[in-house]
Design a protein around this ligand. Structure first.
Ligand code: BDR
Ligand code: CA
Length: 306
């Protein structure tokens, strides 16, 4: 079977690093391009981290740097969760700087999408600034996009605000442009990530899984997304899980809008599961995940990495 062509838009980030590893070593995905955006830490750091990961994995995927800040508001990063550089705890090889394109993320995405014989799947696992700029500047790309599978939002509570998840809350206007795009959108949100947990016994197994396992173990010791003892939340891997093993999710087709004006709820994904807004569905929302299946899939996926 032909591999599915994807572009990953990311801000590595410890859980991004694992999601990227899984995608790069999957038999089913062909990672055509990695684009970076300011989010967990600065654009400079996340781009450097993406290049370090590719150097570590020995993979020659082009990288294009994108937005240094959200569309409207200043960046408020998540270095409290991922460490100051975004991927602390492991001594990575030098970044593979030759993979960094001169083109910015928006132009690189446009080119890769327009040149692809098969429609591309976009996988944003970061604030969606780059994708919003892409759709605003080059709406013609929509004709060759199969689907957007994103990690972001929540059908429940938030982690950046009471009701808002980090990737959406960091750039709510960008998220709105994505959900309003008219393209098929699948949302693996924060609340399913709460049950996509890696427990200490899993981490010990991962540690024995070669180079990637060792790296992951070291990063996990620093990651503040959950706790090493009671379970680490692999948010961004949920987007890859949706692509590679959708059976683990309960999925509801529904209408999602982004709260832009709320005094306390800006950046909330308003997931209209009961149809109050009387709008046609614009997204497939993951409302639950089978945690055991996730763990099994996650360990198996990491074991396929180098
Ligand atoms: C999301 O925010 C980031 O910190 C993680 O990498 C993930 O993409 C979870 O809210
Ligand atoms: Ca991320």
């Amino acid at each position: 079977m032909a591999k599915r062509p994807v572009i990953i838009d990311t801000d590595p980030g410890i859980d991004d690093a694992l999601a990227i590893a899984i995608a790069l070593f999957s038999d089913e995905l062909d990672v055509k391009l990695i684009t970076t955006t300011a989010g967990n830490v600065s654009l400079e750091n996340v781009t450097n981290n993406a290049l370090k990961l590719l150097s570590f994995f020995g993979k020659d995927v082009p990288v294009a740097a994108g937005a240094p800040r959200p569309l409207i508001e200043p960046l408020v990063d998540a270095s409290n969760v991922h460490g100051v550089t975004g991927m602390e705890g492991f001594d990575f090889p030098e970044p593979k700087t030759e993979l960094l394109l001169k083109e910015n993320a928006v132009n690189a995405m446009r080119r890769v999408i327009m040149e692809s014989e098969e429609p591309i799947t976009l996988v944003p696992i970061a604030p969606m600034t780059n994708i919003a700029l892409l759709f605003s500047m080059y709406p013609e790309v929509k004709g060759n996009i199969k689907e957007i599978v994103l990690m972001g939002g929540s059908a429940s509570r938030g982690n950046k605000g009471v009701m808002s998840e980090f990737n959406v809350a960091t750039d709510p206007e960008a998220a709105k442009i994505v959900f309003d795009s008219g393209l098929p959108v699948a949302m693996a949100g924060l609340d399913v990530g709460w049950n996509a947990l890696v427990y200490p016994q899993d981490s010990e197994k991962i540690r024995e899984m070669g180079k990637t396992g060792d790296m992951a173990y070291c990063l996990f010791k620093k990651y503040r997304g959950g706790s090493f003892g009671t379970g680490l939340k692999m948010y961004d891997s949920c987007a890859m899980a949706y692509l590679l093993c959708p059976e683990m999710f309960t999925i509801e087709e529904t209408f999602v809008d982004i709260e832009l004006r709320g005094e306390m709820t800006r950046g909330c994904t308003v997931v209209d599961l009961k149809g109050y807004l009387k709008k046609a569905p614009n997204a497939k929302v993951c409302t639950a995940i089978d945690g055991d299946k996730f763990r099994e899939w996650f360990l198996d996926s990491v074991s396929k990495c180098i």
